[in-house]
Design a protein around this ligand. Structure first.
Ligand SMILES: Nc1ncnc2c1ncn2[C@@H]1O[C@H](COP(=O)(O)OP(=O)(O)O)[C@@H](O)[C@H]1O
Ligand SMILES: [Mg+2]
Length: 471
């Protein structure tokens, strides 16, 4: 009986145009997006309360949890942690206890100093999107300072933390006299240099030597105001991590790292943005950048999901695009939700925001659009779906009284005309997205959304109207 029903179900799926291999695969979005297709990225849009989190996001998360996927969950709202405890309980999975992750030390140890420097500059770029104004001097100088601080600390002492970088920067010599001062030489940077000598790094490692030259030859010769501005610029990425509420989550010995994710663990970042503000946001982004690098290196043999509800807080345009382009081979499912494109644009900021948002969005092949009152986002989805030739009709009767005898004799009434034209019109007009069901008791706990699947067809079209249960 069961086999008969399954057979009927498969025949039904075939009849609506789903390919055979899709049927035999596991679905991340039931009946529409398989795991293989989910590697091409899933993005969910919709206004506040449209049902993004409790509809499509919930369904994709539960399906991936059932499949045994590892998870990194970035958090914007405080209640997301409780929601995730429920998801894990429901699927028999365990949530890893959140703790300290010294991401700089971890990256330097596992990916090397260049990768750690790259991560730190990506983090700087994430919080200063598009750089500051037209003058690239300040962001470039800040990146250089941060990179040298990292090389000097890690290669000199063998360990590094955000706190170390700040101490190093505050200890920089402000004059040649200070550089030659014996007292200064026993300070923090002096210890890095001592350490480099005893570890055999001095004059052997170009990264360390460049940092050494920077401290001795470049920094003391700069104007005091210039130095102050470069430090202020670099501190934008370090200061939020020194906040007492979050300090212990990034400084010190790591108790949890992204390796648990590739081994199938669920890490829910314990510093939601709305509670921990900018510091919480930076910890979330640091986790994301370090996890992306880890996953690209380790080539996990199970699916891993980077899940970001309220993705506008955590988007890093360039890095996200790069990771998405190789997601399939690294088994990464990028699952994101955000409200509307103007919000995303304001988060990505900078002069390039428009291009960055379009480029960022173009990476995701699966787009799920819930109810939305934003005309720009609705237009975006409508454009994605495309246009088709449609017939439009027009005409008038000319206002003459109807004469049944003339009509019977086939005479055309005066002034009567009829016309039809072919126009390219949107297949799915933007206003169709304004009236979708948003869930809750009045909608029988059902959320409606249009699902766009790039490069393949469902029932002859590139999109389908789907319903998601909130229960
Ligand atoms: N598990 C649930 N059962 C019933 N209603 C829910 C559930 N979760 C959320 N809702 C309601 O459904 C609507 C959509 O919620 P939500 O998924 O949080 O929207 P969004 O994530 O788009 O802001 C809201 O009115 C919310 O109160
Ligand atoms: Mg939500």
């Amino acid at each position: 009986m069961l086999r008969l029903l399954m057979g009927m179900f498969k025949r039904f799926l075939l009849s609506i145009g789903l390919a055979r291999e899709q049927i035999t695969q596991q679905f991340v979005v039931n009946g529409l997006v398989t795991l293989q297709q989910a590697y091409e990225g899933i993005v969910v849009t919709g206004g506040t309360g449209a049902g993004k989190s409790s509809g499509p996001m919930r369904e994709a998360i539960l399906n991936l949890l059932h499949m045994g996927a590892g998870f990194l969950v970035l958090t914007a709202k405080s209640d997301e942690i409780e929601v995730w405890e429920r998801y894990c309980k429901q699927t028999g999975r365990k949530m890893e206890p959140f703790g300290c992750f010294n991401f700089l030390q971890h990256e330097a140890e596992t990916g090397g100093i260049q990768s750690a420097r790259g991560l730190l500059t990506d983090l700087y770029d994430a919080i200063n999107p598009g750089g500051k104004g037209d003058d690239p001097f300040w962001p470039n100088s800040a990146r250089t300072l941060l990179s040298h601080a990292l090389s000097s600390c890690y290669l000199g002492k063998g360990e590094v933390s955000i706190h170390d970088l700040v101490t190093w920067i505050y200890d920089l010599p402000t004059s040649e006299e200070q550089w030659n001062d014996l007292g200064w030489r026993t300070g923090f940077i002096g210890c890095c240099h001592e350490g480099a000598m005893s570890r055999g790094v001095m004059n052997k490692n170009r990264d360390f030597d460049n940092a050494f030259d920077y401290v001795r030859d470049f920094w003391p010769k700069q104007d005091q105001k210039v130095r102050g501005s470069i430090v202020a610029e670099a501190m934008t990425v370090l200061e939020p991590f020194l906040n007492s509420e979050v300090y212990s989550f990034v400084n010190g010995e790591s108790t949890i790292t992204p390796s648990v994710i590739s081994e199938g663990g669920c890490v829910v970042v314990g510093t939601p943005v709305l509670k921990f503000r900018e510091s919480g946001r930076l910890i979330n982004i640091a986790w994301k950048l370090a996890t992306q690098r880890h996953l690209l290196r380790c080539q996990s043999n199970r699916p891993v999901c980077i899940c970001t509800d309220e993705a506008n807080w955590f988007a890093v345009a360039g890095v996200d695009a790069l990771v998405q382009s190789v997601a399939r081979s690294s088994k990464i499912v990028n699952l994101m939700a955000f409200q509307n494109t103007p919000l995303l644009k304001s988060s990505l900021g900078g002069d390039m925001a428009e291009t960055e948002v379009n480029g960022w969005l173009a990476n995701f092949q699966n787009v799920i659009a819930c109810q939305n009152a934003c005309p720009i986002t609705n237009k975006y989805f409508s454009t994605l779906v495309g246009e088709e030739m449609q017939l439009t009709f027009g005409g008038s009767s000319g206002g003459e009284a109807y004469d049944p005898v003339k009509d019977w004799l086939g005479e055309k009434p005066k002034g009567f005309n009829a016309s039809w034209h072919q126009h390219m019109m949107p297949i799915l007009p933007p206003n169709k997205l304004t009236t979708l069901k948003k869930g809750g008791p009045s909608n029988n706990f059902k959320v409606q959304a249009y699902v766009y699947c790039g490069g393949r067809k469902i029932n002859g079209r590139t999109f389908a109207l789907a319903e998601f249960s909130q229960k």
